[in-house]
Design a protein around this ligand. Structure first.
Ligand code: MN
Ligand code: MN
Length: 294
């Protein structure tokens, strides 16, 4: 009997293995994937990273993190202004609130820090230039008022602020109105701009506010959807610009100032888009946008 059982056991084992190895016939899926939610949302203003590693600690005065619900700032107390401001833009942030023109010192700046106020810019020859624009945050009076905190304001030559820089702000809002959502970072760097008073000005407010030589901006553009970070890939549109802080900035159109994120990082010492993997950053940061401009 035992002589027969061994081959029988082997045969059963073989059959069992064969069954395991066999490819199961695929059953047609009866469930369809859930539809992508393309309702505009208000997403994380700092989802693409913290380009300077700013921290909300008073010992980090020159790299201090200010987190407002409407935008986030990396603040440099030694220059009296932002190194960078980061925010999300979709139609979910838009509404009908009036522009408040209510410039105020940023209430999140610790005592002992320099906090710019409205009068610091008066007669300086430079506009109170928004980084996160007033028009990107008109969903409520409170949202709009927050964009007038002076840590979101930098000295910009009027022709830059009101024309070339403003044209790119308008373009970003047209993209948002056209079923896109954007992550935007920007700031000033370098020393010395030229406003409506002429000449080269390195600081205003009695030396407390540096006047940047140039302004940069990076926009990451996505179709409306969910889980934005996971949808960013090497084909994602990234627009980067670097403009002079002078009255002749309007000699060119905003899109003539397009450059690579790598060039901006070289100039500013920041690591933009650092929430993305190193490899993906490398792919996205080397190119110069050549997409549509209106
Ligand atoms: Mn402006
Ligand atoms: Mn980077």
């Amino acid at each position: 009997m035992r002589a027969l059982l061994v081959p029988l056991a082997l045969a059963l084992l073989f059959a069992a293995c064969k069954k395991d190895d066999a490819v199961e016939p695929t059953t047609p899926s009866t469930t369809t994937p859930p539809p992508v939610d393309t309702t505009p949302g208000r997403d994380d203003n700092m989802a693409l990273g913290n380009p300077s590693g700013a921290v909300a600690s008073v010992v980090m005065a020159n790299n201090y993190l200010l987190v407002h619900p409407q935008y986030v700032v990396g603040y440099d107390n030694s220059r009296g202004l932002a190194r960078w401001v980061s925010w999300h833009l979709s139609m979910a942030w838009k509404g009908t609130a009036e522009r408040c023109d209510c410039f105020e010192p940023d209430p999140l700046l610790p005592s002992g820090f320099f906090a710019a106020e409205h009068a610091d810019y008066t007669n300086s020859g430079f506009d109170r230039g928004h980084m996160c624009p007033s028009d990107d945050r008109d969903g409520s009076d409170a949202d709009n008022a927050a964009t007038f905190y002076m840590a979101n304001i930098c000295p910009q030559a009027p022709h830059l602020n009101q024309q070339t820089w403003a044209d790119l702000e308008d373009y970003a809002r047209r993209l948002a109105a056209d079923s896109m959502e954007l992550y935007i970072l920007c700031g000033g760097y370098g020393n010395g701009g030229s406003g409506s008073n002429g000449g080269l000005t390195t600081s205003i407010a009695g030396g407390n506010i540096a006047v940047p030589a140039r302004y940069w901006k990076v926009l990451v553009v996505l179709p409306l959807g969910e889980n934005d970070l996971t949808r960013i890939n090497s084909n994602t549109r990234v627009i980067a610009v670097d403009m002079p802080n002078t009255q002749s900035a309007n000699a060119l159109e905003w899109y003539d100032y397009r450059t690579s994120v790598d060039a901006i990082e070289d100039s500013t010492g920041l690591d933009v888009l650092n929430a993305l993997g190193t490899e993906l950053q490398g792919l996205l940061e080397v190119g110069v946008d050549a997409g549509p401009v209106n």
